[in-house]
Write a protein that binds this ligand. Structure first.
Ligand code: COA
Length: 219
C-alpha cells in the first residue's frame, strides 16, 4: 500500500519562523556537528561510533525494544549494525542524519537521532525528524524525556526552522507520552513500513513540535 495521510487528528497552527541560527559550522546536520556532545543532569549524548555496535546490537536483540521501530529488520546481525553506523557516520544514507548514543551511569542506555527530513507522508514540511529508543532496563525513569528534551533544545537553538517532527506506531503509548510531555501534538496518521515485523505496513501517528509549544512545556 502506498503511504499516505489517512486522517488529520490535531493540527498545530502556530508554525512561525524561529530565530536565525547563531552559528552553523560546516558538516552540521540539523545544527548538530560531527563531534556533538550534549550533557544533562543524568545523561551524556555523543555521536555513535562503530565501537558501540556490540552494545547496540545487544539492546536490539530485545523484541520489546525493536518491535516499535521502523527499522532495522529483526533479528539483526551484528555486521549490519556496524554497517549502519558506518554508513550514517560517512553520510552514505538517503536522508542525512546525526545518530547519538545515550550514556547513563557509564553505559550505553539507548540511542537518539535526528534526520534532516524532507516533506513527505511522515511530516507536512521539511525539517528535523527525531527518533529514539532505550534498553528495557532503563525504561520508566524519565530518561528519554530528558534526552529528547536536551536534543530538541540544541536543534532549536542551532536551526532556524519552526518545527521538529516525530511520531510513533499506533499503540506505542510510552513513546507518545514522551512526546506529549515535550509539547508535540498529533498531526495525522499514515501507514509506515515496520521492518522488524517483516516489512508490514502499520498505522503511524505523526507528531509535530513548534518552538512555542516546546518552550511552554511543563518542567
Ligand atoms: C519509548 C521509550 C523511549 C520511553 O522511554 P522512557 O525513558 O521510559 O520514557 P519516560 O520515562 O521519559 O516517559 C515515559 C512516559 O510514558 C508513560 N508510559 C509508559 N508506559 C506506558 C503505557 N503502557 N501506557 C501509557 N503510558 C505509559 C510513563 O508513565 C511516562 O509518563 P509519565 O512521566 O507521565 O508518568 C522506551 O519505552 C523505549 O525505548 N521503547 C521501545 C522503543 C521505542 O518505542 N522507541 C520509540 C519509537 S517511536
Amino acid at each position: 500500500m502506498k503511504p499516505r495521510h489517512v486522517a488529520a487528528l490535531d493540527t498545530d497552527a502556530d508554525h512561525v519562523p524561529g530565530p536565525a541560527p547563531a552559528s552553523a559550522r560546516a558538516g552540521a546536520i540539523c545544527g548538530l556537528e560531527p563531534d556533538c556532545v550534549i550533557r544533562t543532569s543524568r545523561l551524556g549524548l555523543r555521536v555513535c561510533r562503530v565501537a558501540d555496535a556490540a552494545r547496540i546490537h545487544a539492546i536490539f536483540a530485545d523484541w520489546e525494544v525493536v518491535r516499535w521501530l521502523g527499522a532495522p529488520p529483526w533479528p539483526l546481525p551484528l555486521a549490519e549494525t556496524k554497517a549502519y553506523i558506518e554508513n550514517v557516520t560517512a553520510g552514505f544514507v538517503q536522508i542525512p542524519e546525526r545518530y547519538l548514543v545515550i550514556e547513563h551511569d557509564g553505559r550505553i542506555a539507548g540511542g537518539i537521532g535526528v534526520r534532516a527530513h524532507p516533506q513527505n507522508h511522515l511530516q507536512r514540511a521539511a525539517g528535523p525528524h527525531i527518533y529514539y529508543w532505550l534498553g528495557r532496563s532503563f525504561w520508566g525513569k524519565g530518561l528519554m524525556t530528558e534526552a529528547a528534551g536536551a536534543l530538541i533544545a540544541r536543534v532549536f537553538a542551532a536551526c532556524a526552522g519552526p518545527a521538529i517532527y516525530s511520531g510513533a506506531f499506533e499503540g506505542n503509548a510510552a513513546s507518545l507520552r514522551v512526546q506529549e510531555k515535550l509539547g508535540f501534538v498529533r498531526d495525522g496518521v499514515t501507514m509506515l513500513t515496520c521492518n522488524p515485523r517483516g516489512g508490514i505496513e502499520l498505522p503511524h501517528i505523526n507528531t509535530v513540535l513548534t518552538r512555542s509549544r516546546f518552550e511552554a512545556r511543563p518542567r
